[in-house]
Ligand binder design. Structure first.
Ligand SMILES: *[C@@H]1O[C@H](CO)[C@@H](O)[C@H](O)[C@H]1NC(C)=O
Ligand SMILES: *[C@@H]1O[C@H](CO)[C@@H](O)[C@H](O)[C@H]1NC(C)=O
Ligand SMILES: *[C@@H]1O[C@H](CO)[C@@H](O)[C@H](O)[C@H]1NC(C)=O
Ligand SMILES: *[C@@H]1O[C@H](CO)[C@@H](O)[C@H](O)[C@H]1NC(C)=O
Ligand SMILES: *[C@@H]1O[C@H](CO)[C@@H](O)[C@H](O)[C@H]1NC(C)=O
Ligand SMILES: *[C@@H]1O[C@H](CO)[C@@H](O)[C@H](O)[C@H]1NC(C)=O
Length: 318
């Protein structure tokens, strides 16, 4: 009798498991509608989670943290919309500054009409460093904070192409001559600084002396201690910019522009980046990997380019 009861119970148990399984499997399937907003939020949370974990593991978050002045100088404040934007050069920052200027002045204009040279000189954009220090923390606590990142090596190539290959007074002339003086026997040589020479120069600087156009992004914006509400990426710029504008309550007519400084040249993409990187030696690649190690891991960038892991196909002889 007891055995029979046991069998019956076992039967019922297995039967109900089977029932649940079948119900799950053949439930009239509602194709889940992809909600772009939800997907965007999920991606944001993934980015923040990853950042948080690495910050902890690397001891980059500090309980006794104080805002450094050089970081406060990277942060632009738009009081009207309670926005703080961290400037990372070579990650679409000129276009962000165009937007910030229009938001600050409450102007309904097309951002692409604003001149490139004006945007970096205008006195209308306020840096967090220009506020009294007590107020800096209060603004950081209360405002929407945004930073954008880009693949570290694509950013480096972009900096080289825009800064070293044009006759800008500082980068194109002074820095160019400095690099030539350091690395060339014939100082008079007029040949432009090559990407290898540029990298040779970059990897021999002290990290703290790196120019902001190629200084690691995490060192510019301190994302382990400043809790950015939005972690945008150049790689998903269109969606991320749209969400930033929406979330801060920017006018609907305002769109992130597509302006480029040297508009006749192609934007630095993966393909172009690869063409430059493949000229580098193992040694330089390894050093770059070390310099940008935190940017790679905090912001989840990989060393895979054009489906190839970078150092594997390298020309060893150079
Ligand atoms: C990291 O990047 C990979 C490849 O782009 C992506 O599949 C993954 O979801 C990302 N992880 C996070 C936490 O963002
Ligand atoms: C972080 O700090 C902990 C404890 O102070 C230490 O055990 C750990 O090795 C540190 N990690 C790194 C990456 O420095
Ligand atoms: C801003 O943050 C401070 C804490 O730093 C808080 O006391 C204050 O109430 C906040 N102000 C607003 C307007 O939310
Ligand atoms: C570089 O140019 C200067 C002045 O034109 C000249 O005196 C010097 O000999 C040149 N040096 C080399 C290495 O060609
Ligand atoms: C990538 O670069 C190579 C060599 O410069 C070129 O032949 C190719 O068309 C490029 N591909 C894309 C998608 O731009
Ligand atoms: C990488 O691989 C995927 C699929 O294997 C392919 O669709 C894509 O075009 C590749 N990208 C490049 C840059 O070669």
């Amino acid at each position: 009798m007891k055995k029979l009861l046991q069998k019956l119970l076992a039967f019922l148990f297995i039967g109900s498991l089977l029932g649940i399984f079948l119900l799950q499997k053949f439930r009239p399937w509602q194709p889940e509608k992809k909600d772009p907003e939800k997907e965007w939020l999920k991606r944001q949370n993934d980015r923040k989670d990853q950042l948080y974990v690495i910050c902890q593991n690397e001891n980059l978050s500090s309980s006794e943290w104080k805002l450094k002045d050089r970081v406060a100088r990277q942060l632009f404040v738009v009081q009207r919309l309670r926005l703080i934007y961290c400037e990372v050069p070579k990650v679409g920052c000129s276009n962000w500054k165009r937007i910030l200027l229009l938001l600050t002045l409450n102007l309904d204009r097309d951002p692409s009409e604003i001149d490139q040279n004006e945007i970096h000189r205008t006195g209308f954009l306020k840096r967090l460093s220009s506020y009294p220090s007590e107020q800096q923390m209060e603004l950081l606590d209360n405002y929407t904070k945004v930073m954008f990142t880009r693949h570290p090596l694509e950013r480096l190539v972009s900096a080289y192409r825009d800064k070293l290959l044009h006759n800008e007074p500082y980068y194109g002339i002074i820095l160019t001559n400095e690099i030539k003086a350091l690395l060339r026997k014939n100082i008079n040589s007029t040949k432009e600084v090559t990407f290898q020479e540029f990298v040779q120069y970059v990897v021999t600087r002290k990290p703290k002396d790196l120019d902001i156009h190629w200084k690691p992004m995490f060192a510019l914006c301190d994302p382990c201690n400043i809790h950015y509400d939005i972690l945008g990426k150049y790689e998903t710029l269109a969606q991320d910019a749209k969400q930033v504008l929406k979330r801060i309550g920017a006018p609907e007519s305002l769109h992130y522009p597509n302006t480029k400084m040297y508009s006749s040249e192609k934007r630095t993409n993966k393909n172009i980046t690869w063409e430059y990187l493949r000229e580098l030696s193992w040694n330089h690649i390894g050093k770059l990997k070390e310099i940008y190690r935190m940017d790679f891991s905090l912001f989840n960038y990989s060393f895979n380019f054009r489906n190839e892991t970078l150092p594997l196909r390298f020309n060893h002889t150079k």
